[in-house]
Ligand binder design. Structure first.
Ligand code: XMP
Length: 529
């Protein structure tokens, strides 16, 4: 999707869909996820890239206006395209979305003297179609508020259906036109009934069928791949992660051996991971796979390098070199398959743009398509991560593969601060494997976003048996997160940490001290480099 326009995702055309117009809220993606969870397809468009024509052509069954940081009271702030209110479909305005809807339909919004952030209790004062089956008049319910302005006069046709002391228009309804506004955020988990309200909006109010299932998507995506590729050849780089694996299996189901997969073993993977990928593809799926052991090339180029950015750049470039060479050797291809997901697509058209400072140069195969003059096949670009997992199950990928924690492109190189040597990689792989083994045994793997060991370039003194040791220290990291953008450390019970530390120190030669990293993100990052 190019940066200055929005185009719909073609494989989704046959589904009832909801359009979410984004006014810049941090949590707009959550609205989309909640809607998708109800079996309804939706897209997120930045408000300023949606025109009357594109919105009408999208034929949404309903529109949701997101929250945002602006103030409706100020001039020149975002508005929804007028067509939203002439399509004859239901509209739900959330927070800023409620305010702009009121302003655009003839109501009034003013700055509140009392700002409201965080948990609030609202009084449901009337029934309406949006609340049907969820709330009824007389209830007091918890919601998550985050707003400064408030509606002070309703447009014609609206009535108040919920209020708080400081937000007399906490929820408003016009059942006739099926327009609703809420001052709170139903998309966040802190609004316990929020998911049910969004479900009622898309299924009950907008009447969407709930036909967005991964079984249906699989079929449509396969048709779209066949149409795009024709009799061309496709190459797919496997990283060992879920996204590229799901993309590859899906493409293979669609076009069979027109697909060649290339797996570059950087020598910087977890213990046993390279073998697992090769086995899965060759044996379980019978997918043609070129597996190249490029460990020595990567290690050679990384020799003597200890700067994190340098390491990342070298690995990124080496990956492209090796991949390109292998692709040529395999006879070349017309298309390059990538496991791009919907959050990346949204990010690339967002009006706010990406972060202004580069914290880390991420390694992916981004530079390849131009260099190799290849067109892209991106069959997952309509999907969120949890949907990719569901599609993975649909395609028969084993659970242990589908539920894998994310793994960074530069691999263990960013988990070994300082110089990388084969010895250090081997030591880290062993410690990491023990840690993950204990996490799985304790049944905690799926509760954690990412867990891994880090080998510190620090030697410490210890005593084992009757002798002195002078070995490396190892840090354990485990975080919870929803998207990797922010994270909290995982609160393991102390006896669990003690057990892991004991095993690592006893079983791994070279490590005599273990620490647990309790830094959140921000201010830390998830990886150490
Ligand atoms: P940080 O360390 O920036 O990581 O908090 C956020 C998430 O991104 C992963 N990560 C990467 N993924 N290529 C990737 O594909 C990379 O270069 C890369 N660097 C970090 C990290 O594991 C975490 O999930």
């Amino acid at each position: 999707m190019p940066g200055d326009t929005v185009t719909e995702l073609p494989e989704t055309q046959n589904h009832d869909r909801i359009l979410i117009l984004d006014f810049g809220s941090q949590v707009t993606q959550l609205i989309a996820r909640r809607v998708r969870e109800t079996g309804v397809f939706c897209e997120v468009w930045p408000f300023n890239k949606a025109t009357d024509e594109t919105v009408a052509a999208f034929r949404p069954r309903g529109v949701i206006l997101s929250g945002g940081p602006s103030s409706v009271v100020e001039t020149g702030t975002p508005r929804a395209p007028d067509v939203v209110f002439s399509l004859g479909v239901p509209v739900l305005g959330i927070c800023y979305g409620e305010q702009t809807m009121c302003a655009q339909l003839g109501g009034r919004v003013e700055s509140a003297d009392h700002r409201e952030f965080g948990r609030a209790t609202i009084d449901v004062v009337d029934d309406c179609l949006l609340f049907e089956g969820v709330w009824h008049s007389g209830l007091q319910v918890d919601v998550w508020m985050s707003h400064g302005d408030r509606v002070s006069a309703l447009p014609d046709g609206f009535r108040v259906v919920a209020r708080t002391g400081s937000a007399p228009f906490a929820a408003i309804a016009d059942d006739e036109r099926r327009y609703y506004g809420v001052q709170f955020h139903p998309e966040v988990l802190h609004t316990p009934d929020g998911a049910a309200l969004l479900r009622q909006f898309v299924r009950g109010v907008a009447g969407c069928r709930g036909d967005w299932t991964m079984a249906a998507f699989k079929q449509e995506a396969m048709n779209a791949i066949r149409e795009q590729v024709g009799s061309g050849r496709v190459i797919c780089g496997l990283s060992g992660g879920v996204d590229s694996a799901v993309a590859a299996v899906l493409i293979h189901e669609a076009i069979g051996d027109q697909l060649t997969c290339i797996f570059v073993d950087t020598g910087l993977l977890r213990k046993g991971e390279a073998e697992q990928v090769v086995r899965l593809f060759r044996e379980s799926y019978n997918i043609p796979l070129v597996a190249v052991d490029a460990g020595p090339t990567f290690l050679g180029r990384l020799e003597g390098v200890d700067d994190p950015e340098q390491k990342r750049k070298i690995i990124g470039k080496t990956f492209i070199d090796v991949f390109e060479e292998q692709a040529k050797a395999a006879g070349g291809a017309d298309f390059l398959a990538q496991g791009t997901l919907y959050p990346d697509v949204i990010e690339s058209v967002s009006f706010a743009g990406g972060p202004s400072v580069t914290i880390k140069s991420h390694h992916n195969v981004g530079g390849l398509p131009e260099r190799m003059n290849m067109k892209l096949v991106e069959p997952l670009r309509a999907l969120f991560k949890d949907e990719v997992r569901a599609l993975g199950y649909e395609l028969g990928l084993p659970a242990h593969f589908v539920t894998r924690h994310p793994f960074p492109g530069p691999g263990l190189a960013v988990r070994i601060p300082g110089m990388i040597t084969p010895e250090r990689i081997a030591v880290l792989q062993q410690a990491d494997a023990i840690y993950l083994d204990e996490i799985r045994k304790a049944g905690l793997y799926d509760e954690i976003w990412q867990a891994f060991a880090v080998l510190l370039p620090v030697r410490t003194v210890g005593v084992m048996g009757d002798s002195r040791t002078y070995d490396w220290a190892c840090a354990l990291r485990a975080v919870t997160s929803t998207d990797g953008m922010t994270a909290d450390y995982y609160p393991f019970p102390h006896d669990f940490l003690g057990r892991v530390a004991n095993r690592i120190i006893n079983e791994v030669r070279g490590i005599n001290r273990v620490t647990y990293d309790i830094t959140s993100k921000p201010p830390g990052t998830i990886e150490w480099e």
